[in-house]
Design a protein around this ligand. Structure first.
Ligand SMILES: [Ca+2]
Ligand SMILES: [Ca+2]
Ligand SMILES: [Ca+2]
Length: 454
């Protein structure tokens, strides 16, 4: 994450004199297309998370629960009743179409997609339920891992770490590693966690949280793990208002959002210290109650971390600003029969490693801050559309980007300069993020830990 010190040598001699603004048009924008599952009606609803509008309803039938969607417009939905995964082509999101289905040996609810889009993880919520690894290329089940009490939820992280929770008899939170052949191996021991109902990966896979439903007659909780193993962080435990349901990290690495039985909450997260702060009471919002639907993910965050999407039974898809959390509007859904909504999904952006080279950012300063975007083999910086790079607050670089292997790993990197005053940082911010586009249109997000002068 934070690579401290060494960039100072490079940026010390760089001057802003005579610079030319790059003139790019704001933060990179792909089309951020999501889905929400109309369980009661047997439909999925396709929405545009940039305009917050409904694009289409796709009737499927069965007992639909959870969904996942890629930046490239591929969607998957779990069908408990028919023991299937439905494949949905969203390349024309206004006219989504079914593109086949994958039969499964068990009924499943929670699903999660590997970062390369090749494997889908799935599980049910009951006695003896295994973890399934589904190869999406061959449309076959590659692995089935049994649990003593049965798994409740499954989540695969960017680095192919797999999180699994089981609820009975005592509850566990377990970490597996997904291999290229689809096999799963247990990493470390088995961590006890009472009433573990769900989990979420940190977007850069440096941590994860387990979501506990309710125990000892009280409400639920979330507990952060620094992995591997699963090693629970004492400073990463927070009680929830009501029972736990599902959670998601902000793509900006600065918060965890939870969807509880009747509330949504925002917990400030520090990726450097691995801590969770108590939720801001002003950011607790009451929402329509929702059933556990074990492991199904009932809150989604916009790929740039700006907004939250919460399915509310009988009401539609409610949109909140993410920071501070505030009601923004509702996407009305054409529900005519039983308004129960379950999963909601949006794509995750590609992640790129970045170093923002400032020990402390002074938000009022016009001094330059150096930013290095690190190349990696599948995504060299030569593939980045240089003019597309901007801070999420829309700051544009000044001067010409420079290339060089700044971390001496053999891969070319990109150095840009931004004016501190343009970065949109505020005291208390723990991260700053910029986004950009690759030549093939894929949007990336690059975040680093920062300190901001008070
Ligand atoms: Ca899921
Ligand atoms: Ca889940
Ligand atoms: Ca390099």
């Amino acid at each position: 994450m934070k690579r401290q010190g060494w960039l100072g040598r490079w940026s010390a001699g760089l001057l802003l004199a005579g610079v030319v603004a790059l003139g790019a048009a704001g933060a990179a924008e792909g089309r951020n297309i999501g889905m929400v599952v109309g369980h009661g009606q047997g439909e999925v609803y396709v929405f545009d998370a940039d305009t917050d509008t409904l694009l289409a309803a796709l009737p499927i039938g069965g007992g639909l629960y959870d969904c996942v969607v890629t930046q490239g417009g591929q969607g998957y939905v779990s069908d408990f009743t028919n023991k299937k995964i439905w494949i949905i082509n969203l390349s024309n999101p206004g006219k989504p179409r079914l593109a086949g289905s994958i039969p499964l040996p068990i009924a499943v609810e929670d699903i999660s997609l590997s970062a390369d889009g090749r494997m889908l993880l799935a599980t049910d919520a009951g006695n003896g339920s295994p973890l399934l690894v589904i190869d999406l290329t061959t449309r076959t089940v590659k692995a089935s891992v049994p649990a003593a009490g049965g798994y409740q939820s499954v989540e695969v992280c960017l680095d192919n770490t797999v999180l699994a929770t089981s609820y009975y008899p005592e509850g566990t939170f377990e970490e597996y590693v997904l291999a290229g052949d689809g096999s799963l191996s247990l990493q470390g021991g088995v961590q006890p966690m009472i009433s573990a109902i769900n989990s979420a990966c940190e977007p850069e896979a440096g941590a994860a949280i387990g979501v506990m439903s309710s125990f000892y007659g009280g409400g639920g909780a979330i507990h952060l793990t620094g992995l591997p193993g699963i090693n629970l962080e004492p400073s990463g435990y927070q009680d929830l208002l009501g029972e736990g349901r599902s959670a998601v990290f902000s793509p900006r690495l600065d918060a965890v959002f939870t969807r509880n039985s009747c509330h949504i909450q925002r917990f400030p997260y520090d990726p450097d210290l691995l801590t969770l702060q108590p939720a801001d009471p002003a950011a607790d919002w009451a929402v329509v109650g929702t059933d556990p639907d074990f492991g199904v993910d009932k809150i989604a965050v916009h790929p740039l971390g700006t907004k939250l999407y919460v399915p509310e039974n009988g009401t539609g898809l409610t949109v909140f600003d993410a920071d501070p959390v505030a009601y923004r509007g509702n996407i009305s859904l054409p529900i005519t029969y039983r308004g129960e909504l379950t999963g909601v999904c949006l794509p995750a952006l590609a992640r790129v490693a970045v170093d923002i080279d400032a020990d402390v950012i002074d938000p009022a300063s016009v001094d330059a801050v150096g930013v290095i975007i690190f190349g990696s083999p599948p995504r060299p910086v030569a593939d980045i559309v240089k003019g597309s790079i901007a801070f999420v607050a829309n700051a544009q670089a000044v001067g010409k980007p420079r290339t060089g292997d700044f971390d001496q790993d053999g891969q070319e990197d990109l150095l840009l300069l931004f004016r501190a005053i343009d970065l949109g940082t505020e005291p208390g911010d723990v991260t700053a993020c910029l986004s950009g586009k690759f030549r093939d249109g894929a949007v990336f997000l690059a975040c680093d830990v920062i300190d901001v002068a008070p």
